[in-house]
Ligand binder design. Sequence first.
Ligand SMILES: C=C(O[C@H]1C=CC=C(C(=O)O)[C@@H]1O)C(=O)O
Length: 360
Amino acid sequence: MDGFLLSRADRTLRTSGSRDQYRGIDAAAEALARRDVPLVVGALPFDPCGPAALTAPETAVFTTGPWRPEAVPTLPAVRVAERLPAPEEHLRRVAVLVDRLRAGELDKVVAARSVILEADHPIRPWSLLARLVDGDPHGNGFGVDLTPAGDDYTGHALVGASPELLLERTGREVRCFPLAGTAPRRADPEADHAEGQALLASAKNRIEHAYVTDRIREVLGPVCTELSVPDAPELVSTRQVWHLATPIRGLLRDPAPSALELARLLHPTPAVGGTPFAASLDAIRATEEPRRFYGGAAGWCDADGDGVWVVAIRCAEVDADGLRLRAWAGGGIVAASDPDSELAETTTKLGTLLGALGVS
Ligand SMILES: C=C(O[C@H]1C=CC=C(C(=O)O)[C@@H]1O)C(=O)O
């Protein structure tokens, strides 16, 4: 995928070309701090020990509002080749995690699974991205070339439509919009409204959500002079799901960390990881196949330190030949979670990618 795109309701950044590439956050942050490059775009992996895919682009254009692609192409036919893990194995893994949560070993952990898809003809990441942005009510979408992360990622792209803002830094202001807690949308408006209200009232989902806001408060507190975290979450929706969301705003202390440094501090939040931080990360590493860039972050940071990073969810990795894709979805597990509902939630979330690909 030549270039990078981050589309959000208020603004879109599209870049092309590459002046430099970085596998490590430090190297990119230093190049920005020295003003060797004006901008870095790309993705951070889920596992903080993994390689990043960061690029200093040749050209960059900001436009107001979401990306409006010239055309929304029809995509080649795609079929599910494999579920990794199989749904029964995901159920088993979640049940084991629930036992560990009930035993008090962990407070929250996100369990994820993936679907491997094969296409008849190559799928262009830009075409898939156009479909995702077109299908998202807020115009959310991101596309990242993963080549800078090394041989295992050469020519691969990460494409998705994330509703979750990890952070946006503008001068001294930092904003986050964490999501956790999910219910499916319904075709019938009354039933749909009732799902949203039930989610807002659900003690289990509020607990799941509070682990995320607590962690953000813990991380941002020391680097902020002011921090506002509302006591209660609000509802947001995509076409597939309702979520609990909390708009967080802080004023950064001087010298303010850059958006890239803030992404490193905040990621992975318990929206994709868990609580306690290290134990949940260990549990995910021991339980799941590597998540690669799913559950990571996608975004940009400029030489002034401003930038935007979204949580890399509702996404797929497209192989270099465009014939194979892998889409992921996960869900937060707490002691009160039920494995069957968790499996159903990942199926609903996978609907973002599978719907755009025309797979039912
Ligand atoms: C981890 C995912 O979603 C996160 C974001 C919103 C709600 C979530 C939940 O309810 O579990 C997850 O924390 C995913 O979509 O793969």
